[in-house]
Each structure stands twice: as structure tokens, then as C-alpha cells.
Ligand binder design. Structure first.
Ligand code: NDP
Ligand code: MG
Length: 369
């Protein structure tokens, strides 16, 4: 029985994980759960899964049948577990990743912002504490499985697939008509609002290129992105000998989440088997003119220092402002590009450096809103 704490239990990743555990009767015991505001859903999960240890980040609750903790470190340190699933959205997830590692826990990491903002610092910390960071993002879970079975020394480059989002075929002249409602309508995945907007601007793919670079230690020039609207091929690797290997399956996050918690394959079927009789797979080049944030990934990876942190922070501020209908879709893209054109040439040594660069980027981004 694996014991897991689920941060972001009420969100899309958390819910998919809990449903898989219940429906497939997996030998996983949920020992701790967290949410930001949604107390009602958190309480329901606590009753359904018999979880005693809870954390609510924003709201307060006084139900005496549960143990409420003050912060993520308290919850982790007071709850014996094998692995932490970090399914929180946004930069706040970084603190949870750091707290888990500092407590000696492996992290099944959905929160890609942790990797982008934490960068080399969190991998060094994980190495020092003898902890694993296991990717849950479907592309990175696929790449991990492919590299593990082909040996890193044989792998020349990575090919990350992108659905292309809902505006793949929209002409740039019509981008001024994009509404929040349209941007929240992702063609293949059902996810939380932040990542759904990121998927529409391809900022999600930009974050994933940076994430892949840190996770698997590849230069940006060795990471390609290909648009694959069916989301069946979850990513690929190219070997030096020319062979390309792909990981495929129907789009369903249960598989990367559960493999992340187990840190190996699952012996129960988590995803509906692929039916090859009706399968048509297409691949195309990303449109860097319409989706300039994807190109930014390569720019910030080249520059490193504080640039990936600034990209993440500016994007987060711009996405939240767009979701609140304070700015247009085009302005969202513009704010991120303008923010990263400022100076973020810093050396990042610790979490305090990350925090101050993040704060500077948010201040600049907000000044454009
Ligand atoms: P959701 O918005 O659906 O869920 C976010 C969860 O985190 C909720 O439980 C929410 O609580 C909690 N939360 C939000 N803000 C904070 C905060 N500041 N501090 C603590 N907890 C917080 O997001 P997703 O599940 O879609 O995404 C989670 C992460 O996983 C993101 O980093 C995303 O990029 C990544 N990811 C998601 C995929 C998906 O399929 N959804 C696929 C690949 C990666 P509450 O309910 O109370 O608001
Ligand atoms: Mg992904």
C-alpha cells in the first residue's frame, strides 16, 4: 500500500487521481489532502477516503473531526507518507515541492510551475535529500518512460507534442475576438482554468519545454515541439541512430498520475485501449507568429538566470488578468513578452532569490495591466 498526500485534491489532477484510486481499487492510501478555498469538496473527499489530515490554504474551517494543519510543511511532517502528489496550480506549488523534498519525500509533480521557477535549485535540493522528482505532466511522463527504456546516453533529442489548442486554425486578425469562454474550451483535455488558458496560448508548451530541459537535462536546441491535434502521441524521443520512439494512448491523465505515484507502471488498465481501426494521426509545425509565447521558451532557456522565473510569473499574472476580463487575449501575450524583455540576468542560489525575481516580474507585468 503506497501512502500519498495529495496537494490540490479538489482540482482536476486531484480529482482524476482520486477517481482512479476508487474506480480501479488501487493499493494507494490517501493520508493527507489540501485545497485552497473549496472546503466543501475537501470535506467530502476526507469522508469518502477516510482522510484525517487536511490543509486549507485560504479558507478557515473548524470541523473537529479532522486535523487541520497551518501550512504544507506541517501537513507533510505530521503525516507519514511515501510520496507527495503536487497537483496545485501556479507558482505557490513551488513551496510544496520544496517542503516535500526538505522532508525527504519523493514528489509526483504535476505542478510544472515548480520546475520552471525552481529550476536547477530544486533538482540540486532533491539530490541532496535523496528524493525523486517524478513528472506527472503527460508529455514528461511519456518522455521519462521512453528514456528509461532506451537509456539516456542513446537519446539525441526530445519531441514534445502539443494539441495546438482551440485557436490553432484561427487567423491572427481574429485574435481580438477571443473571449475567456472560447479560450476555456480546450479540444482534447479537461483541466483547470490556468492550464487551459496556457494551452490556448501555447504558454503551456513553453513551460513544458523548460520543464523538459531541467528534468531530462537537454539543451533547448534539442527539444522540438510538434503540433498533434489528436493528443494520442504523448511525446517522442529521437535516438542518435535515427530511430524515433513514441508513447501513445487515449488522452487520460490517470495514467501519468498513477505511474507518478508508483514511480513505475501499473498492472491495472487505467486508460481505454487504443483502437487502431479508426486512428488518424497528424503532425504540423507550431505557428510561432500567432503563438509567440512558445518561442519565448527557447529565449528564456538560452538566457537562463532569472528569465524562466520571470516568464512564469508574468504569464501567471497575465493569465489571471485575462480570466478576470481585465485584459484582452492579445494583451496577455504582449504583457509576457514585454516583461521578459526587462533585465532578469541574476544568479539563482536559493528560494529567496526565486521569490525576489518572481516578485520583480509580477510587479513589471502588473504595471502593464
Ligand atoms: P485546478 O485549478 O483544477 O486545481 C488546482 C488545485 O490547487 C485545487 O485543489 C485548488 O484548490 C488548489 N490551489 C489553487 N491555488 C492554490 C494555492 N495558491 N495554494 C494552494 N492550493 C491551491 O488545476 P489543475 O488540476 O488543472 O492543475 C494543477 C497543476 O497540474 C498545474 O500546475 C497544471 O499545470 C498541472 N497539470 C494539469 C493537468 C490537468 O490535466 N489538469 C495536466 C498536466 C499538468 P481549490 O479547489 O480550493 O481552489
Ligand atoms: Mg502537458
Amino acid at each position: 500500500m503506497k501512502k500519498v498526500i495529495i496537494f490540490g485534491a479538489t482540482g482536476s489532477i486531484g480529482t482524476t487521481c482520486l477517481n482512479a484510486i476508487k474506480e480501479k481499487q488501487l493499493p494507494i492510501e490517501v493520508v493527507g489532502i489540501s485545497a485552497n478555498n473549496n472546503y466543501k469538496k475537501l470535506e467530502k473527499i476526507a469522508y469518502d477516503f477516510k482522510v484525517k489530515n487536511l490543509l486549507l490554504t485560504k479558507a478557515k474551517s473548524f470541523n473537529s473531526s479532522f486535523n487541520f494543519f497551518n501550512n504544507s510543511l506541517d501537513l507533510i511532517e505530521s503525516t507519514p507518507c511515501d510520496v507527495v502528489l503536487n497537483g496545485v496550480s501556479g507558482f505557490d506549488g513551488l513551496k510544496i515541492t520544496i517542503d516535500s523534498i526538505m522532508s525527504g519525500k519523493d514528489v509526483a509533480l504535476a505542478n510544472k510551475e515548480s520546475v520552471v521557477a525552481g529550476g536547477e535549485f530544486i533538482f540540486d535540493l532533491a539530490a541532496k535529500n535523496n528524493c525523486k522528482i517524478i513528472p506527472v505532466d503527460s508529455e514528461h511522463s511519456a518522455i521519462k518512460a521512453l528514456i528509461d527504456s532506451h537509456d539516456r546516453v542513446n537519446v539525441k533529442s526530445l519531441i514534445i507534442t502539443a494539441s495546438g489548442g482551440p485557436f490553432r486554425n484561427l487567423e491572427k486578425k481574429d485574435f481580438n475576438k477571443i473571449t475567456v469562454e472560447k479560450a476555456l474550451n480546450h479540444p482534447t483535455w479537461k483541466m483547470g482554468p490556468k492550464i487551459t488558458i496556457d494551452s490556448s496560448t501555447l504558454a503551456n508548451k513553453a513551460l513544458e519545454v523548460i520543464e523538459a530541459s531541467y528534468l531530462f537535462n537537454f539543451d533547448s536546441k534539442d527539444i522540438e515541439v510538434t503540433v498533434h491535434p489528436q493528443s494520442i502521441v504523448h511525446s517522442m524521443i529521437r535516438l542518435f541512430d535515427g530511430a524515433v520512439y513514441a508513447q501513445m494512448g487515449n488522452p487520460n491523465m490517470s495514467l501519468p498520475i498513477i505511474e507518478g505515484i508508483y514511480d513505475c507502471y501499473c498492472n491495472k488498465e487505467l486508460v481505454k485501449p487504443l483502437d487502431f481501426t479508426n486512428l488518424s494521426l497528424t503532425f504540423e509545425k507550431p505557428n510561432y507568429d500567432n503563438f509567440p509565447l512558445l518561442g519565448s521558451a527557447y529565449e528564456v532557456l538560452e538566457k537562463k538566470g532569472g528569465y524562466p522565473i520571470a516568464f512564469n510569473a508574468a504569464n501567471e499574472e497575465a493569465v489571471y488578468a485575462f480570466l478576470e476580463e481585465k485584459i484582452s487575449y492579445l494583451k496577455l501575450q504582449e504583457i509576457v513578452l514585454k516583461t521578459i524583455s526587462s533585465d532578469f540576468n541574476y544568479t539563482v542560489k536559493d528560494f529567496n532569490d526565486v521569490l525576489s525575481i518572481d516578485e520583480k516580474a509580477r510587479r513589471i507585468a502588473k504595471s502593464y495591466i
